[in-house]
Write a protein that binds this ligand. Structure first.
Ligand SMILES: Cc1ncc(COP(=O)(O)O)c(C=O)c1O
Length: 361
């Protein structure tokens, strides 16, 4: 399509083109209603159908059993950093966290504002968050063990989730939920800001197990209680209806067009290996994550100096390749290869990286 760039943004990020086209086509009259999806009541049958479809598709894609509830909550993933300890800390029991970088650290900071005993049982800070720390010991009496499944900024990912040894796991899956199949059983809860693999920003998908809801203290503000959102099927107040509509379209694309999470994982592996292969055979690109911890979603690398990096970014942009600058806290470069980034876009990036390197020699 004309004027569309190859989009490697970290979030908000690329959405599937068929989804954007469908939004455009139906924007003025949603399913023949004569009104836009942004103009109809969140309590109308039409919107309820959208919401229900998004929930059912999530249930099917992730193989959720009846004990799990799918919720949509405003405030992005950052709101979950405080809602998780507020709702799910058990009185007198410690919270366990694993620190793999900025997002984990933010979750830990919010937990410390709610609960006295927050233990960081493992951290990869000693080597610049370049790896996933598999060496840890979980407190048997911990309320939960929290970790970040994919470190968007440093480009590391848990390929085997931590073993909670009976303690419920809680994971911030903002940058890899729906990118691979998931065994939900050890999780008390997972959550994700939507703006990477699921939809627009400002909303989080939260999936919570029934027994965790018994922990919610009565005296919390209603909007901050998981029980309010569960009892009202994410319609406690007016939800971001447009965002939920887009999420439903993205999930429909994932389920019906792509063919589910097994298939998307294969595609994500194929894309990531195209770029890691360039890095591993290069004299000028250095991957920043340790190979066994490398993310399939966010590929982080450095060039020899700032001038070369700037030249790389400018030339990439001139070639229609957008969003390759690293996070401001990490520097370097980053290619985010979320579900909606096509194999073709990734091939264009790999080819450009090779050409750029050749122009040096
Ligand atoms: C892993 C992770 N957690 C949390 C966040 C914060 O999400 P939000 O901006 O929706 O609060 C991000 C955003 O990039 C993220 O990558």
């Amino acid at each position: 399509m004309e004027n569309r760039l190859h989009n490697f943004n970290a979030g908000p990020a690329a959405l599937p083109l068929p989804v954007l086209e469908e939004i455009k086509e139906n924007f003025l009259s949603f399913r023949g209603s004569g009104m836009s999806i942004t103009e109809i009541s969140h309590r109308s049958a039409q919107f309820e159908e959208v919401l229900d479809d998004a929930i059912q598709r999530t249930r099917r894609l992730l193989n959720l059993t009846d004990e799990y509830h799918v919720l949509f909550i405003q405030g992005g993933a950052s709101m979950q950093f405080c809602m998780v300890p507020m709702n799910l800390a058990l009185p007198g029991k410690p919270l366990n966290y694993i620190d793999t970088g900025v997002w984990s650290a933010k979750a830990i900071k919010e937990a410390r504002q709610q609960v006295q005993e927050v233990k960081v049982i493992a951290s990869s800070e000693d080597r610049g968050f370049s790896y996933i720390p598999y060496d840890y010991c979980v407190d048997k009496e911990a309320s939960y063990l929290h970790f970040t499944s994919n470190n968007t900024i440093r480009g590391t990912q848990w390929h085997q989730f931590p073993d909670g040894d009976g303690v419920p796991l809680i994971a911030d899956m903002s940058s890899d939920l729906m990118s691979r199949p998931l065994d939900i059983q050890p999780f008390g809860m997972i959550y994700a800001g939507a703006q990477k693999n699921i939809g627009p920003s400002g909303i989080a998908m939260a999936i919570i197990r029934d027994d965790m809801l018994n922990r919610v203290p009565h005296n919390l503000p209603s909007m901050l209680k998981y029980t309010s959102h569960k009892e009202n099927r994410s319609l406690y107040n007016t939800p971001p209806t447009f965002a939920i509509y887009v999420i439903d379209l993205v999930l429909a694309w994932l389920e019906d067009t792509v063919g589910g999470l097994g298939r998307i994982e294969e595609m994500n592996r194929q894309k990531a290996s195209l770029i890691y292969e360039v890095i591993d055979n290069s004299e000028i690109y250095q991957g920043t994550a340790e190979p066994s911890s490398r993310s399939l979603m966010n590929i982080t690398f450095r060039l020899s100096d700032e001038n070369t990096k700037e030249r790389f970014l400018v030339e990439a942009k001139n070639n229609g390749l957008q969003g390759l600058n690293g996070h401001r806290s990490a520097g370097g470069c980053r290619a985010s290869l979320y579900n909606a980034v096509t194999v073709e876009s990734t091939e264009s990036l790999a080819a450009f990286m090779r050409e750029f390197e050749e122009s040096f020699t």
